[in-house]
Design a protein around this ligand. Sequence first.
Ligand SMILES: NC(=O)c1ccc[n+]([C@@H]2O[C@H](COP(=O)([O-])OP(=O)(O)OC[C@H]3O[C@@H](n4cnc5c(N)ncnc54)[C@H](OP(=O)(O)O)[C@@H]3O)[C@@H](O)[C@H]2O)c1
Length: 245
Amino acid sequence: MAGGTGLTGTHVVDIARSRGHDVVVLARSRGVDLLSGAGLRAALSGVDAVVDVSNVSTLKTEESISFFAGVTRSLLAAGQAAGVSHHLALSIVGVDAAPEGYYAGKVSQERLVAESPVPWTIQRATQFHEFAALMYARAKAGPVHLAPRARTQPIAVREVAEHLVALAESRPAGRVDDLAGPREEGLADMVRAYARAIGHRGWIPAVSLPGAMGRAQRSGALLPDAGAVLGRQTFAEWLDALPDA
Ligand SMILES: NC(=O)c1ccc[n+]([C@@H]2O[C@H](COP(=O)([O-])OP(=O)(O)OC[C@H]3O[C@@H](n4cnc5c(N)ncnc54)[C@H](OP(=O)(O)O)[C@@H]3O)[C@@H](O)[C@H]2O)c1
């Protein structure tokens, strides 16, 4: 489990263990660096399937490509040497609509996985409900929080993790149907609702992010295809389930 200590990875590890799987967590905090490859070969010994939910927090194209391509190359090379028979990567719905910034790295990750001799599956998911909290924390102009305009169909990260474990238990399937939440939401409304839920009382202006990524977010290019698999929990239900501020 590459990135098994992160937001998604913690759920994947929990679900996989509850289903009786023997899980090895690959993260720097567990002594494995996916970029340098330190500790990786030994950790993959005897492993059947690799699930990659590692991540870097950046909006810079070069940093994102360097992380996702670097990690993917390490995992695929070590996986091939160790006889791994299934490489499963989590990507994002619509990444190729605006392959710049963070998304550039995800596009390079997908390309490397699809060209690999290791049998693979790529699951694209929409933004998680937690994306509202991330935007609340990150999108700021000085002390003022901002609410970026975007069309999204957010999903519960727990449900994404359930799908990933089911895919890891199955045969490699190539690019599978998109995974999305049950209904479309406006990201700006989500950020404001999250802010209210945690006790924020100030004004949060809506903003249009610049560049191809901002345009793609507003245009609906990051919404799932008609054939997408839909999750159950709505954003409002996720908000209601947050611990009291
Ligand atoms: N957030 C969303 O809305 C969304 C939607 C769809 C898809 N996704 C995808 O979901 C994936 C997981 O995102 P997340 O938010 O769950 O991740 P996250 O919470 O940021 O966790 C990142 C994980 O990667 C590990 N990691 C980072 N650098 C590493 C390195 N050099 N070597 C080994 N491990 C390293 C971290 O552990 P250490 O720090 O201990 O190394 C941690 O376990 C990403 O690929 C993202 O593109 C996210």
